[in-house]
Design a protein around this ligand. Structure first.
Ligand code: DOR
Length: 429
């Protein structure tokens, strides 16, 4: 029997209503009740002054596997996740081929079992080829292990298909994750539409492209069942979700660290690493996103980790790919931008980074440190300061707008199913 004792840390476990200094004992891959005095001769991790948290769960990452091993693989992406404190990563379906049939779901599950150092769970496509024309084989994808359905990267423009997808997803008790973008409205836009886009001469994307789809999906959810809205970025979207929740509509949503850490000003010098979809928004939108996190309108913080190659990013702004890497900076951005300024308590942050994703995706045994849970957990030094250096990422993606930023909060240990995969901030070989 393998036992690990994590001693004297501040255990922050909102799903179990816990925020106190105590020991955590792991036996054979599970958290067990009881005290450290029972264990001898086992691995002991001293966690005094540190936070002990349930492993973070990223419900929105692009691992590019199958199809683009030059951008990322399940192996490299899962190592980036482990270093960032994520013990479960749900990977999006816009791969090549897309995850729109049971064979590709099976490929992801099998490859993850062989090569990943954290739990990797596939999200399958809503429509075949992410084309928005015909539903994918949702039932069979679910049976192979898909934890949600999403065409992320592309909207499901047809309301009739979205409706049918919701009806199916309800039967399987898994959510549809909606990429909210009216692609007719967003058209050729490459940044947020406003004074700045006019000033620097780039075509803009109106906030309405997001909000119209948020409104549509709320209306569909009211009648047909749960929708989870991906990467919410505008004040209007936050307002719509807040009102929908008051009315009892089954809707949940996420935002990403870049939408509370950066405004559109980050693209002023045509920095393609700040080009992302939806685009970085105005200061007013950022304030609204922060307020939405604070008042609980926004349930989840996800990364939208989207690695691209140097070639795809070192070209003119309008041609560059959208997306930025996030797995290795997300927790430190949450600590630096939300916890230290008292927007969120540590427990509220853990709720959005672990407990809520586990609940929304029905991930049994995840998102909490209560006895009987899987021993997926992290030890974090919330005071450790470090400077973001993309060259040091385990991700193959170097496309971050946070290079050179000094952040607080470092993951010291990452334990997945009782196995130490990050020790003293470094991947275990
Ligand atoms: O910026 C983005 N990149 N937004 C998305 O929705 C998709 C993602 C990607 O796959 O690169």
């Amino acid at each position: 029997m393998t036992r690990i004792l994590i001693k004297g840390g501040r255990v922050i476990d909102p799903a179990n209503n816990t925020d106190e200094v105590k020991d955590i004992l792991i036996e054979d891959g599970k958290i067990v009740a009881g005290h450290g005095s029972r264990v001898t001769g086992q691995e002991v991790i001293e966690a005094k002054g540190k936070w002990v948290l349930p492993g973070l769960i990223d419900m929105h990452a692009h691992l590019r596997d199958p199809g683009r091993p030059d951008k990322e693989t399940i192996a490299s992406g899962s190592r980036a996740a482990a270093l960032g404190g994520f013990t479960t990563v749900c990977c999006m379906a816009n791969t090549n081929p897309p995850v729109d049939n049971p064979a590709v779901v099976e490929y992801v599950v099998a490859k993850a079992a062989r090569e990943a150092v954290v739990n990797v769970r596939p999200i399958a496509a809503v429509t075949k080829g992410l084309k928005g024309e015909e539903l994918a084989e949702m039932g069979r994808c679910r049976a192979e292990g898909a934890v949600a359905f999403s065409d992320d990267g592309q909207p499901v423009m047809r309301a009739d298909l979205m409706r049918r997808a919701l009806e199916y997803a309800k039967q399987f008790a898994v959510p549809i994750i909606s990429h909210c973008e009216d692609s007719n409205l967003s058209a050729d836009g490459v940044m947020n539409e406003g004074a700045l886009s006019t000033e620097i001469g780039l075509p803009g994307v109106s906030h309405l492209a997001e909000e119209i789809m948020v409104a549509r999906d709320i209306m569909l959810a009211r009648q047909f069942g749960l929708v989870h809205l991906a990467h919410i970025s505008t004040a209007g979207a936050v307002r719509l979700v807040r009102q929908a929740k008051v009315e009892g509509v089954p809707v949940t949503c996420e935002t990403c660290p870049h939408y509370f850490s950066l405004t559109e000003a980050a693209v002023k010098e045509y920095d393609t690493n700040a080009k992302v979809n939806p685009p970085l928004r105005s200061a007013g939108d950022v304030t609204a996103v922060v307020q939405g996190l604070k008042d609980g309108t926004i349930d989840v913080i996800a990364t939208d980790h989207a690695p691209h190659t140097l070639e795809e990013k070192t070209i003119e702004f309008s041609l560059a790919k959208s997306g930025l890497v996030g797995l290795e900076t997300a927790l430190a951005l949450v600590i630096t931008k939300l916890i230290i300024p008292n927007v969120l308590s540590p427990a509220q942050a853990v709720e959005k980074l672990a407990a809520a994703p586990a609940r929304i995706l029905n991930l049994a045994g995840k998102g909490s440190l209560r006895p009987g849970s899987d021993a997926d957990l992290i030890v974090v030094d919330p005071h450790a300061e470090w400077t973001v250096d993309a060259a040091k990422f385990a991700s193959k993606g170097r496309n971050t707008p946070f290079s050179g930023w000094t952040l607080k909060g470092r993951v010291l240990q990452t334990i997945v199913g009782g196995k130490i995969v990050v020790r003293d901030g470094k991947l275990v070989a």
